[in-house]
Design a protein around this ligand. Sequence first.
Ligand code: HEM
Length: 148
Amino acid sequence: MQQLDTGDTAVLSSLELYGEHVGEPTAAIYQRFFAKYPEAEEMFAHDRPTEERMMSSVLMMISDLADHTTSAQHSIFWITDHLAWDVSRDMMFDMFEMIRDTIRDGLGGEWTADMDAGWHDLLDHLKPAMDQQIAELEGYRSGPQAVS
Ligand code: HEM
């Protein structure tokens, strides 16, 4: 298996430590998310099981990115249906930041500089792939562009 760098190992440790010392992050993440985007709670139709299934997929995706089981390119397929459901780019980007912030705040003094750097790198890798996918889909949405 490929050797993981310090940052990726630190991301995995942060998730593991949170699980051991704080518990399940799902409720805290959605609390943060819905405080900023109250309309999103309506978009989920207040359906907790769906929210929970989604968050376990999102957290799994972050672990798979950190341990290189998957790549950024293979982690953006869900954007197609989310855009169709009117989930905004800001919501998508903020969700990942809010997951990181929830883990960081929950770990408190156990959060390390390596974790900070590892999360920063992971999100820095993912965001351009997300942006490209969103731009392509928005191009389709607005119809064929005139070629001059
Ligand atoms: C705000 C309104 C949103 C709604 C209504 C919504 C809805 C859903 C639904 C219904 C699923 C399928 C869950 C299942 O039954 O397995 C899903 C999956 C998922 N959502 Fe969302 N979502 C929202 C926002 C977001 C945001 C902001 C992100 C950004 C991280 C996101 C990322 C994902 C991912 C990665 C999956 C898993 C896809 C898969 O593995 O199949 N969603 N979402």
